[in-house]
Design a binder for this molecule. Structure first.
Ligand code: COA
Length: 358
């Protein structure tokens, strides 16, 4: 029998067409034809989410309708908080988000409405969980933009400039073509399961430390470091032991992650305003050393985790924040998959025994 080459991890394998986003190894990320960093700098979250989901930037009427849909659906039913009250207090926020998303009742009828309803509720689910698990009353807000609401629900603060940085970060997290969680969602969607089930599958995949879970682990090592020389020694020791450093490396971006570089520049200014220049210097020393020793670039999670920390956001939120933003990308991918569906069912190369008999 002739064997075809196995592409482990599907690296480099093109499995389908998409018109939603494109990446390339030189460090480009495009949403529906627009450069992601330009969208982050000049657009609102709602505008970019509309672009990603429906394929075009909204006109005034569409923008209002879309914003209203997100705001109207941002509340969660009271029985959801009761269900949360039954969960173990130390359950990770991403697990709670996945569990609640899997079973919450939905009001919208069409597939896009259902998916956006789930996406719109994620900030409130994670905020309610965080507060309930600490014994505080939930925060209530449907005011402001999606990012302002989200920032308030995470921190209890209405600081508009921090909320704007969160908005830029959310825009950059929103979409990334066939990454692991999106591909998981597309596999589920290809069976013609319902949108809620497909979203739940994506939430399961994003949790892993090689994907979305990485952003929750970065501060664990970063905040231990007292100086740039200690940071360099840390990198050298980890690489010598052949251990991975979270927040570095990427399947596509081998030279630079454009989202990381955008946030790095925003962090430089933000850290100076917060009196956290030393943290910025330590972070860039780690990045430089990783590049010098192994030519591995920082990925978006590295700088996103530091920005979120300086915004005063609890790091248990990091992965759910990523998921909440990416849920708009997942929405687009669900709709694209079912609009031109073929069951995703690859083949495997059997390497087990043959000819066995009882
Ligand atoms: N720290 C140290 N070494 C790393 C590394 C990291 N973060 N990421 C990759 N490498 C090394 C691997 O050890 C391997 O080295 P080798 O060739 O000497 O064995 C080489 O780079 C290739 O890595 P590999 O894991 O095979 O590449 P990949 O394309 O399959 O993996 C990731 C991409 C993202 C899974 C990987 O870079 C990683 O695990 N990063 C850390 C987790 C993370 O930050 N995830 C968020 C991604 S946005």
């Amino acid at each position: 029998m002739e064997f075809e080459e196995v592409k482990k991890g599907l690296a480099g394998v093109i499995v389908d067409d998409t018109a939603i986003a494109s990446t390339d190894s030189s460090g480009t990320l495009i949403y529906r034809g627009y450069v992601a960093e330009e969208l982050a700098e000049r657009s609102t979250f709602e505008e970019v989410a509309h672009l990603v989901v429906y394929g075009h930037l909204p006109n005034k009427k569409e923008r209002l309708k879309f914003s209203n849909l997100l705001s109207r659906n941002s509340r969660v039913a009271p029985n959801i908080d009761k269900i949360m009250g039954l969960l173990p207090r130390n359950a990770p926020a991403i697990d709670v988000l996945r569990s609640i998303v899997s079973m919450m009742p939905l009001n919208e009828n069409e597939d896009d409405g259902k998916l956006l309803e789930i996406a719109a509720k994620m900030p409130r689910i994670m905020s309610d969980w965080h507060r309930l698990s600490k014994g505080s009353l939930p925060l209530r807000s449907t005011d402001g933009t999606y990012a302002e609401r989200f920032y308030y629900l995470l921190t209890g603060s209405k600081n508009k400039s921090d909320a704007r940085l969160l908005e830029e970060l959310l825009i950059l997290y929103m979409e990334h073509e066939f990454n692991a969680s999106t591909f998981t969602l597309r596999v589920a969607a290809s069976t013609l399961t319902d949108p809620q089930a497909a979203m739940t599958a994506a939430l399961a995949a994003i949790k892993g430390p090689l994907h979305g879970g990485a952003n929750a682990e970065i501060l664990d090592y970063l905040l231990q470091m007292k100086s740039t020389s200690e940071a360099r020694r840390y990198v050298d020791a980890k690489l010598r032991k052949k251990e991975k450093i979270m927040g570095f490396g990427h399947r596509i971006y081998k030279n630079k992650d454009p989202r990381a570089q955008y946030l790095k520049e925003r962090l430089r200014v933000f850290a100076a305003a917060k009196g956290a220049e030393k943290l910025y210097d330590i972070a860039t020393a780690i990045e430089d050393e990783m590049w010098k020793m192994k030519n591995i670039p920082a990925n978006m999670d590295f700088y996103a985790a530091i920005c979120l920390y300086l915004m005063g956001i609890d790091s248990s939120f990091n992965t759910p924040i990523f998921a909440a933003s990416r849920s708009f990308g997942w929405t687009a991918h669900y709709l694209e998959q079912v609009s031109n569906n073929k069951l995703i069912r690859p083949s495997s190369r059997y390497i087990g025994p043959v000819g066995m008999h009882l």
